[in-house]
Design a protein around this ligand. Structure first.
Ligand SMILES: Cc1ncc(COP(=O)(O)O)c(C=O)c1O
Length: 336
């Protein structure tokens, strides 16, 4: 067994473990694994993009000593940048929409970054968190470097150069990769790398309600219905990072299915999934259950389950959304 010894927290990013979900694997007749991205020092897969974007900006001179990193984010990229910023000596300003889980707001402060909350609004509104972060950097370009995770393809590169090769080394027998998308960096980088190695690997995108990516994959146009309490995933526009994704199939599951699978996996396997991770696992299980048996399917546990405490694991919140904590696996399978 090898153990990591690092000189700074950012050196601990990547090299995450893979965990089999025994209960679902048995039920479906195929092996279902999660890559444990919550092991990253900032507690999510976004640490990888944060590190690559910062290193590339330093290398090309866009980010210089004395500057502050600014980014608009649903939270996890902000936490990742806070870890990387502290490790490499840069202050970080995080612009986040109000209404995301308080757990993430707290972590940004704990890692010593400055947090600016803005009201949630449609993307076309200039006060959207994305435009606010860009404006801060545009107005003082000598002081701020904008990470721009949606369009900065260093994000994709993090997964093409690191996450994909790790998966290939850990699971060469992989048949199917399942992933949510926010910026699209994860699914693009890993799908590109893995399909280069093994073209027959099936890549499945999973979308929450309210996101238009499934419609984009199916028809070439963005359309959506409903909404979801998941955070950091789903989008209604094509990003540079998603544009590189090699997707074979797109699927969608409701918040109720996310809730049912999260309870089953917690009760049967002792794994507490965050909401985007539960959506990933739901789609991986669906693929396994409905498809050919004895395959190897991998998805991501994108962040710490604790980060979903105030939504996915809060009874009052779930009730307010009309969701049923007691709906069981048999009922879910009956609806499939
Ligand atoms: C919890 C969580 N899961 C998944 C993702 C999606 O990752 P990507 O931006 O690489 O598509 C994000 C992105 O912020 C996230 O915060």
């Amino acid at each position: 067994m090898t153990f990591k010894i690092a000189n700074r927290a950012s050196e601990l990013i990547g090299g995450t473990s893979i965990l089999k979900i025994e209960s679902l694997s048995k039920l479906a007749g195929s092996d279902i694994f999660v890559k444990c991205e919550y092991e990253n020092p900032g507690g999510s897969i976004k640490d990888r993009a944060a590190l690559q974007m910062t290193e590339d900006a330093l290398a090309c001179g866009a980010l210089k000593e004395g500057m502050t990193i600014v980014e608009g984010t649903a939270g996890n990229t902000g936490i990742g940048l806070a870890v990387v910023g502290k490790s490499l000596g840069f202050p970080v300003l995080v612009v986040m929409p109000r209404g995301q889980a308080h757990e993430k707001e707290r972590m940004i402060g704990l890692f010593g970054a400055e947090l600016r909350l803005v009201d949630p609004c449609p993307f076309k509104d200039p006060n959207h968190f994305y435009h606010t972060a860009k404006r801060i950097a545009d107005e003082e370009s000598n002081r701020y470097w904008w990470a721009n995770q949606f369009e900065n393809t260093s994000n994709y590169k993090a997964h093409y150069q690191n996450t994909g090769p790790e998966i290939w080394q850990q699971l060469p027998k992989l048949d199917c990769l399942v992933s949510v998308a926010g910026t699209g960096g994860t699914i693009s980088g890993t799908s590109q790398f893995l399909k280069e190695k093994k073209p027959r690997i099936q890549v499945v995108l999973v979308d929450p309600d309210g996101s238009g990516l499934k419609s984009y994959v199916d028809t070439g146009a963005f359309a959506s219905s409903g909404s979801s309490f998941t955070e950091g995933i789903g989008i209604m526009r094509l990003t540079q990072n998603f544009a590189a994704a090699k997707v074979d199939q797109a699927v969608n599951f409701s918040d109720q299915d996310i809730l049912t699978i999260s309870r089953f996996v917690r009760d049967e396997d002792g794994i507490v999934l965050g909401s985007s991770s539960a959506l990933n696992v739901c789609a991986a299980f669906h693929n396994a259950y409905k498809g050919q048996k004895s395959r190897c399917i991998l998805t991501f546990a994108c962040d710490l389950g604790e980060r979903s405490y105030s939504k996915l694991y809060d009874g009052d919140f779930l009730k307010s959304k009309g969701l049923d904590e007691n709906r069981n696996m048999d009922q879910m399978l009956g609806s499939w």
